[in-house]
Write a protein that binds this ligand. Structure first.
Ligand code: GLY
Length: 336
């Protein structure tokens, strides 16, 4: 099997496996699973700020971010504290503690954060630290660098006061042991209900920040890094224009630098929805085998208008805007 095909198939399988065991989001058509109202149609929300938008059905995370904004804190504080809810949730097997491991049993995490000044901090392949998003913020604020990897990132986290812990829960270990029986790579699509958490927020001053955090593809090759922590791919913010963040097959998002593309398209006058659609279509144009993987984007512009689009059905996202915490089904390309 060619390397590229191998990686794509591995990714698809792992997304599928991860989802099978991680049903914290919408599991059926427009089904309400965790207390948020699910929009029956694809909607473009009214431009209202402050606001929060996040990938997938994460009402607890968006509520936390909303509460932080209501307390008068910055969008940066809101997105950090919002995604920390998912990082700490051991039942979420695609982010933080409880994330599914690589094929060798290591839980490795990627995260990044970006503020209104366009500053960025990230960690990739960090182990044993439950809140990589907070380490990413420290990289941004306390170092002359923007990205730390692996042991160096962990060392920096420990020196910054983070306590190392085992992130491989019994549930994830069990899933990994089951996977090892066949260790097969077979495409499974349209089943993922949860993946990377990307969150964008606008505070009462109208300033935008974003955060993105993931355990990446489950059972990935050791050392594999996806899009989530890479500036312009998994996340991009330009406080003059808006922000975007991604979920799904990291390799495809990386190759098209999707979040940066969306922000630049908005700069040229596209709405967030139009920009997300064009970024997804760019992936499709570049990858004839797009039917084998999922990519989804969310975006917001300076006015608080939102957009979302994906390749396959069932990508959903959550907004907290105008006092309403709401889950929406994203529009999608592959309607055949
Ligand atoms: N989008 C998450 C990853 O590919 O790692």
């Amino acid at each position: 099997m060619k390397r590229r095909k191998f990686i794509q198939n591995a990714a698809l399988t792992t997304l599928g496996v991860a989802v099978g065991a991680t049903l914290t989001g919408c599991t059926d058509e427009n089904k309400e699973t965790t207390g948020t109202a699910v929009a029956k149609e694809v909607t473009t929300s009214k431009p209202v700020i402050p606001m929060v938008i996040a990938t997938w059905n994460v009402p607890n995370a968006t509520k936390k971010a909303w509460d932080v904004l209501q307390a008068g804190k910055s969008a940066l504080d809101a997105v950090e504290q919002g995604v920390m809810i998912e990082e700490a949730d051991e039942n979420n097997q695609s982010v933080g503690k409880g994330g599914l491991p690589d094929r060798d049993g290591n839980v490795t995490l990627d995260a990044c954060i970006m503020n209104k000044e366009g500053n960025y901090g990230a960690v990739v392949c960090i182990e044993n630290i439950k809140h990589p998003i907070s380490v990413a913020r420290k990289v941004m604020e306390d170092t002359p660098h923007v990205l730390l990897a692996g042991n160096g990132a962990k060392q920096f986290a420990i020196e910054s006061g983070f306590t190392p812990e085992n992130l491989l829960t019994e549930k994830s270990k069990e899933a990994w042991n089951k996977w090892k029986v066949e260790a097969k790579y077979k495409p499974i699509i349209n089943v993922e209900n949860h993946d990377t958490i990307g969150m964008l927020a606008i505070d009462k001053n109208g300033d935008i920040s974003g955060a993105c955090t993931t355990s990446g593809l489950s059972y990935k090759m050791q050392g594999r890094v996806g899009d989530s922590a890479i500036i312009g791919s998994g996340l991009f913010i330009d406080n003059e224009i808006g922000g975007a963040t991604a979920t799904g097959m990291g390799e495809e998002v990386l190759k098209t630098v999707g979040s940066f593309l969306i922000v630049e398209l908005m700069r040229q006058g596209k709405s967030p929805q139009e920009a997300c659609e064009e970024a997804v279509k760019r992936v499709i144009k570049k990858s004839p085998n797009y039917k084998d993987f999922q990519v989804g984007y969310i975006a917001v512009n300076k006015q608080g208008e939102t957009g979302a689009y994906c390749i396959h059905e069932w990508f959903n996202y959550t907004t907290y805007q105008n006092n309403e915490n709401k889950n929406h089904k994203a529009d999608f390309y592959n309607k055949a």
